[in-house]
Design a protein around this ligand. Structure first.
Ligand code: NAP
Length: 255
């Protein structure tokens, strides 16, 4: 059953969410929009962008869709330019894109793949903010989407995990650099059954295994990750910067 969202914390605000045509990014864009934001969604494929725009418009949501592969400098600039052309400012940026193209130990992973994971999961976030920062408002908010794996990189996904650990550091570093007018925070999701995490639901036994790892005995939803992201992006979190919220159902992480 869909939860009713009463808050309107993003009325008059403009939010960009990267990698937002499905999964967690889509959930975040939808949540910010349902709370009043004008949202800009994006991903690599025009068809996915068009379909996601239609889905949101069908819910009465004000949305702009732009193709943006986060590792493409021109497309990043275009994402910012199109947002400014249409809305004139940026209040919220959620940097959500990540890849994990291999299932190999780090010491056996080719340099080109290590570069790709680093570039998409970390460097592109920094470069996007370089383009966006002149347009950010006093009171703007940046959110990185990390992962539970940031705290204990998993074997065979170790490089991915390390890039997610880097986002925890990036959050601290940019919170200092962008203070006092812009807050920078991070959300670390646990297991959410999306296309990216299809291995979790590959079969019933695997799904149960992942569910049992959580204190709440279930997988998370994109809506639950979106709720934490919306909180951090909103004025309800006005005295929080440089922090990471773990949204993982009590999965072991850190103190
Ligand atoms: P997903 O459902 O597979 O969605 C991925 C989205 O990213 C799609 O819209 C895809 O659209 C877009 N995309 C992929 N590569 C891109 C790129 N280089 N540039 C721009 N867009 C790109 O994935 P998800 O599970 O929601 O993951 C979202 C974030 O949550 C990631 O940062 C991931 O690391 C993190 N996370 C997920 C889980 C989980 O259990 N699902 C757990 C921890 C953290 P196109 O194909 O059109 O590009």
């Amino acid at each position: 059953m869909e939860k009713k969202i009463a808050a309107r914390r993003f009325e008059g605000k403009v939010a960009i969410v990267t990698a937002s045509t499905q999964g967690i990014g889509f959930g975040i864009a939808e949540r910010l929009a349902l709370e009043g934001a004008s949202v800009v969604i994006s991903s690599r494929k025009q068809k996915n962008v068009d379909e996601a725009v239609e889905k949101l418009k069908a819910k009465g949501i004000q949305v702009l869709g732009v193709v943006c592969h986060v590792s493409d400098a021109q497309q990043r600039k275009n994402l910012i330019n199109k947002t400014i052309e249409k809305y004139g400012k940026i209040d919220v940026i959620v940097s959500n894109a990540a890849v994990n193209p291999v299932n190999k130990p780090m010491l056996q992973t080719e340099e080109s793949i290590l570069d790709k994971i680093w570039e998409t999961n970390v460097k592109a976030s920094i470069l996007l903010l370089q383009d966006a920062s002149p347009h950010l408002q006093k009171g703007s908010s940046v959110i990185f989407i990390s992962s539970l794996g940031a705290y204990l990189p998993q074997p065979n996904m170790a490089m991915y995990g390390v890039t997610k650990t880097a986002l925890l550091g990036l959050t601290k570093a940019l919170a200092a650099e962008m203070a006092p007018h812009i807050r920078v925070n991070c959300v670390a999701p646990g297991f959410v059954p999306t296309r990216f995490a299809a291995y979790i639901t590959a079969n019933e036994a695997t799904r149960k295994f992942f569910e049992k790892m959580t204190l709440l005995n279930r997988l998370g939803t994109a809506e639950e990750i979106a709720a934490a992201t919306a909180f951090l992006a909103s004025d309800d979190a006005s005295y929080i910067t440089g922090e990471t919220i773990i949204v993982a159902g009590g999965n072991p992480s850190r103190l």
